[in-house]
Write a protein that binds this ligand. Structure first.
Ligand SMILES: [Zn+2]
Length: 324
């Protein structure tokens, strides 16, 4: 945090310079109809925010993603360039100060009040300690790590109902900021929620009709997902992000569980080398497969990821765990 605050003065000076430059430029040039200068500028940090905003705003706005694909999203702190981008935007999308503590200091470094929407508003957050207690996941490693972690689980988007709430939060704010296009935003939001809800129906059917235990051999970010569908699960890691290595006893107990219960798949998240899951796979008949945590995704190219496309891949990979 000290590093962050020491940036403040540099950035403030920079912003004053930039603002004066912008004022000077504005005197000379008026943006034309339909140019990008007229479009609503939205800044996001994590992929689900980006993907939801992109689907809702359509061609009426420009959405940027501060954390580039493939980059670690935990413990994010904005760079000087990020602050400039946020300062030049119309709307910043976050998952709230509780889950993104860097947002608290933001007002100190911005040269103006900007619109911020908190996507976790209206979502019931999972208390990490309570979750660990409920599923008997506590061990010494998790207590040691407790100090460094948030008290609530940040991976709210892995519950599909929460995704609906996040979309509504963005839509309400956009309709407020740009009343003229409110109907357009609302329709886009409804279309995307319909896709998400159809997928939720598929997941419900899958977990209802099959006895599935998900075994996680990688960083664990799926608390909201397993709670949404009441999924039986086993995990070697308790949390996500700055991961402490699981104990040998824990790994051994997972290997035994897989062997005793004829489990077909051991999951690990994207952006992880999956070393523990692959090691477990070598000791058992279970295949190591990815279960997307959707922290991040590709935004360019012919087939950019979407929240729905990654969750559909999760569906396909979970299908592989069904005993036939
Ligand atoms: Zn995470």
């Amino acid at each position: 945090m000290k590093k962050f605050l020491s940036l403040v003065i540099d950035i403030l000076i920079l912003i004053v310079i930039m603002t004066s430059a912008t004022i000077a430029l504005k005197g000379q040039k008026k943006p034309e109809e339909g140019t990008s200068e007229n479009k609503i500028k939205i800044v996001t940090t994590i992929f689900p925010e980006y993907d939801f905003a992109k689907h809702i705003v359509g061609d009426k706005g420009e959405v940027s993603l501060l954390i580039k694909p493939g980059v670690e999203t935990h413990n994010f702190e904005p760079t000087a360039q990020d602050i400039i981008d946020i300062n030049n935007s119309d709307l910043l999308i976050t998952i709230g100060e509780e889950l993104s503590p860097w947002v608290k200091d933001l007002s100190k470094v911005l040269s103006k009040d900007i619109n911020i929407v908190n996507l976790s508003e209206g979502i019931i957050l999972i208390d990490i300690e309570e979750f660990e207690e409920k599923y008997g996941l506590e061990d010494e490693a998790s207590h040691e790590a407790q100090d460094h972690h948030l008290s609530h689980d940040e991976h709210i988007w892995l519950n599909l109902d929460n995704a609906n709430i996040m979309i509504d939060n963005i839509t309400n704010k956009l309709c407020d900021l740009d009343k003229e296009n409110a109907l357009y935003y609302t329709q886009n939001a409804t279309n995307y929620k319909n896709e998400i809800n159809a997928l939720k129906g598929e997941f419900e059917k899958l977990f209802k009709e099959n006895q599935i235990t998900l075994v996680f051999g990688g960083e664990f970010s799926y608390a909201y997902f397993v709670e949404e569908f009441g999924i039986n699960f086993k995990t070697v890691y308790n949390n996500c992000g700055e991961g402490e290595d699981p104990s040998i006893i824990k790994v051994k107990s997972i290997i035994d569980y897989i062997n005793d219960n004829d489990i077909r798949v051991v999951f690990y998240p994207e952006l992880s080398n999956g070393s523990v899951a692959k090691m477990i796979s070598e000791q058992t008949k279970a295949e190591a497969e990815i279960l997307y945590s959707v922290h991040n995704g590709t935004v360019d190219g012919e087939n950019p990821d979407t929240y729905v496309s990654l969750m559909e891949k999760n569906y396909d990979n979970i299908l592989k765990s069904i005993n036939k």
